[in-house]
Design a protein around this ligand. Structure first.
Ligand SMILES: NC(=O)c1ccc[n+]([C@@H]2O[C@H](COP(=O)([O-])OP(=O)(O)OC[C@H]3O[C@@H](n4cnc5c(N)ncnc54)[C@H](O)[C@@H]3O)[C@@H](O)[C@H]2O)c1
Length: 319
C-alpha cells in the first residue's frame, strides 16, 4: 500500500485527490492545510487524518510521498521537512515565486535523493508526445506562445509578492512546453503593461506582457500573457520549422505539413496521467514515466524569473 499525504487542500489538490483515490494501492492518509476546514473536508471525503502542521502530519502518518499544492509564496519549509524524512515529493507548479526558496528546496532534494515530480501537466498530453515525434530531426525557427485570458479568482494571484505574476503562475505552462519541445532558453527580454486593472484592490501584477526568447538552438520566440483578455482568450504554443508548423491549443494539436492540415484531439486526462506516473515511480523506484522532475522545473522557473527581472530592469537577462 502506498501512503500519500497532501499539504494544501484547495482547487488543484482536489483534482489530484480524484485520480489518486482511483488507484488501487494508494491510501490517502493525511491532509494538511492552514485552513483546518479544508483539511477536514478532505479527510471526510477521502479518509485519513486532518492537520494544520505538516511536520506533525509527516511524523504521525508517515507517508511514502506527499503532494505539495500550495500557492507560490507558501513554499516555506514543507519540501525540506519531507526530504529530511525521505518522503517523495509531487510539487505543483510553479515551484515558488522567487529564486531563494527554490534553490534551498533543490539542495534538500538533491541531498535526500528522493523522487520528485512537478505538475507541468501539459507534458502528459498524448498530443504533446505526437508533437515531439513530428518535430524530431526538424530545426525550429520560430516559437509563438500565449496565455491570454482573464484573472483567476484566488486572492493571492493578483499579488506579485505572492504569485510572481502571470508569467510565473500561469504562462509557466507555455514556457515549460517551449522548453520541452524546443530545448533550453539562452536569454529573455521582456516588457510588461499595467494600468487597465486600477479597479482591482491589492493588484500588483502586470495586466499583460511580452517575453522574447533566444533559444540555445538559435531559434527565436515570443510568449505573451494577459489577464485582461476576458472577451477572447488564447492559450497555446505554435512552433515553426521549414518542413512543418505545429500548434497546440488547449491540448489540441494541429500539424501543417506537406500541404495538409492534420488535427489531433487529446484522449487522456493529463492530471490522471501525471498522478499515475508519479505513483508508479514511488511504487517501483523507476522514474522513467515522470516527465518533469524538480531539477528540470528549476530551469523553467529560472526562465520566468529572468522574464520578471527583465520587465523590472528593461534589460535582457540570461536565465
Ligand atoms: N497544474 C495545473 O494545471 C494547476 C492548476 C491550478 C493550480 N495549480 C497550482 O497549484 C497551486 C495551488 O493552487 P490552487 O488553485 O489549488 O490554490 P487554492 O488557493 O485553491 O489552494 C491552495 C491551498 O493551500 C493552502 N495553504 C496555503 N499556505 C499553506 C501552508 N503554508 N500550509 C498548508 N496549506 C497552505 C490554502 O489554505 C489553500 O487551501 C498553485 O501553485 C497553482 O499555480 C496548478
Amino acid at each position: 500500500m502506498i501512503k500519500i499525504a497532501a499539504v494544501g487542500c484547495g482547487g488543484i489538490q482536489n483534482e489530484h485527490y480524484r485520480h489518486l483515490s482511483a488507484i488501487h494501492d494508494v491510501k490517502l492518509v493525511g491532509h494538511c492545510d492552514i485552513d483546518r476546514a479544508r483539511a477536514e473536508d478532505a479527510a471526510n471525503q477521502y479518509g485519513g487524518d486532518a492537520f494544520i502542521d505538516y511536520e506533525a502530519m509527516y511524523d504521525k502518518v508517515k507517508p511514502h510521498a506527499v503532494y505539495i499544492s500550495v500557492p507560490p509564496f507558501a513554499h516555506s519549509g514543507m519540501e525540506e521537512a519531507a526530504a529530511a524524512r525521505s518522503i517523495h515529493l509531487f510539487i505543483e507548479k510553479p515551484i515558488g515565486w522567487d529564486c531563494t526558496a527554490a534553490k534551498r528546496i533543490g539542495a534538500a532534494i538533491k541531498r535526500a535523493d528522493i523522487i520528485t515530480s512537478v505538475g507541468y501537466c501539459w507534458r502528459y498530453y498524448d498530443t504533446v508526445a505526437k508533437a515531439r515525434e513530428v518535430l524530431r530531426g526538424k530545426a525550429v525557427s520560430l516559437i509563438r506562445g500565449a496565455w491570454n485570458g482573464d484573472m483567476p479568482g484566488v486572492w493571492w494571484w493578483r499579488r506579485m509578492d505572492k504569485s510572481g505574476g502571470q508569467v510565473n503562475e500561469q504562462t509557466t505552462h507555455i514556457f515549460d512546453l517551449a522548453r520541452y519541445l524546443c530545448g533550453d532558453v539562452a536569454e529573455v527580454y521582456a516588457a510588461g503593461a499595467t494600468g487597465c486593472q486600477t479597479h482591482v484592490e491589492n493588484y500588483t501584477v502586470h495586466d499583460s506582457s511580452v517575453v522574447t526568447l533566444r533559444m540555445k538552438s538559435g531559434a527565436a520566440g515570443v510568449i505573451t500573457s494577459s489577464c485582461v483578455a476576458s472577451h477572447h482568450g488564447d492559450v497555446g504554443l505554435e512552433i515553426v520549422t521549414p518542413e512543418a508548423t505545429v500548434s497546440i491549443r488547449f491540448g489540441k494539436l494541429t500539424v501543417h505539413e506537406d500541404g495538409t492540415v492534420t488535427e489531433y484531439s487529446p484522449k487522456v486526462n493529463i492530471y490522471g496521467e501525471e498522478d499515475r506516473a508519479f505513483i508508479e515511480a514511488v511504487r517501483t523506484g523507476k522514474r522513467t514515466k515522470i516527465k518533469s522532475s524538480f531539477a528540470d522545473a528549476q530551469k523553467t522557473f529560472a526562465v520566468t524569473c529572468a522574464a520578471n527581472e527583465s520587465m523590472r530592469s528593461g534589460l535582457p537577462v540570461k536565465p
